[in-house]
Ligand binder design. Structure first.
Ligand SMILES: NC(=O)C1=CN([C@@H]2O[C@H](COP(=O)(O)OP(=O)(O)OC[C@H]3O[C@@H](n4cnc5c(N)ncnc54)[C@H](O)[C@@H]3O)[C@@H](O)[C@H]2O)C=CC1
Ligand SMILES: CC/C=C\C[C@H](O)[C@H](O)/C=C/C=C/C=C\C=C\C(=O)C/C=C\CCC(=O)O
Length: 255
């Protein structure tokens, strides 16, 4: 069953190159049947400790994991084909990997934008009816930096603007409608995670960023995962781009 057509309690299997967003599985009371998930990250330590925790809570068989660098086509392909063969179908893909790095801006674009494109193309491939899929949902995690300029982090902002445009463009493609594939985009402002602990050179002005963050405030991860859940549980909303700030969530675009 697809989350889109059936509303609540319909998540069964996820293929998730992500870090924090998996926490939705703890937080959302309506997801009371634990889906089978495949978690992925380039960092094996983060991945293993997360999976151990989730397996203890939900059962060994529910949680799969595989190390994957989203910059590597072959690794991304392998991740998706293994997830598809373990689960027989994919219902939800979350493209969440991201970094801030203005010094190595090529890396920043390759992870944040190209990584989302790689994951989305694999998601489409495995969800397409002609390949034995039956539709599904692809959530791309952008940022508020994907809709507003961010002077201390232009490459990051460009990568996230790209994610918003890419997601909205696929959402309007007629093949996605025919195949019941839904594209969504989440644009959080600052949330308390590791990405905020930037080192020298990663930003074009650490002070500027800190002052800005003081003004906007920093959200809890729970607030972001709640918005994520609301986004995926809203039926027939392909093309939705949702912002999340301390002030609340807003629908910025509907295709
Ligand atoms: N925390 C924040 O303030 C905000 C974060 N975001 C976005 O949310 C997403 C998740 O980030 P957070 O959980 O906040 O930060 P995080 O730093 O905790 O998580 C990012 C994860 O991406 C992984 N990663 C990095 N390079 C990778 C690669 N090449 N292949 C696979 N995985 C890779 C990291 O190992 C890490 O676990 C990112 O896309 C980020 O840009 C968006 C808006 C605000
Ligand atoms: C140190 C920076 C490191 C990482 C960047 C983050 O990962 C993140 O992706 C960047 C976020 C950028 C946010 C930019 C603007 C934020 C604005 C607000 O929070 C505005 C507040 C209120 C708007 C009210 C509303 O319309 O809802």
């Amino acid at each position: 069953m697809k989350p889109r057509s059936t509303g609540r309690n319909t998540l069964r299997r996820l293929a998730v190159p992500l870090s924090e967003v998996f926490k939705v599985l703890h937080l959302k009371p309506s997801v009371d049947i634990m889906p089978q998930v495949c978690l992925s990250d380039v960092n094996p330590h983060i991945l293993e400790s997360t999976c151990t925790e989730l397996r203890e809570k939900y059962g060994q068989d529910k949680v799969h994991y595989q190390v994957c660098d989203v910059r590597d086509d072959a690794q991304v392909e392998d991740l998706f084909s293994k997830a598809k063969s373990s689960f027989s179908k994919l219902d939800l893909v979350v493209n969440n990997a991201g970094v801030v790095d203005e010094q190595d801006w090529l890396k920043c674009i390759d992870i944040n934008l190209n990584g989302v494109i790689r994951g989305s193309l694999q998601g489409i491939k495995h969800m397409k009816k002609e390949n034995g899929g039956s539709g599904g949902t692809i959530v791309n995690v952008a940022s508020l930096a994907g809709v507003v300029p961010v002077s201390y982090s232009p490459a990051y902002a460009a990568s996230k603007h790209g994610v918003v445009g890419y997601t909205r463009s696929w959402a309007g493609h007629p093949d996605m409608k025919t195949n019941d594939i839904r594209f969504l985009c989440l644009c959080p402002a600052f949330a308390k995670t590791e990405i905020l602990k930037t080192k020298e050179g990663q930003l074009l002005g650490q002070k500027m960023a800190e002052e800005f963050m003081k003004k906007t405030g920093v959200m809890s991860v729970d607030q972001v995962t709640q918005a994520f859940t609301d986004l995926i549980e809203t039926p027939d909303n392909s093309g939705s781009v949702m912002s999340v700030t301390l002030q609340g969530s807003k629908l910025l675009f509907q295709v």
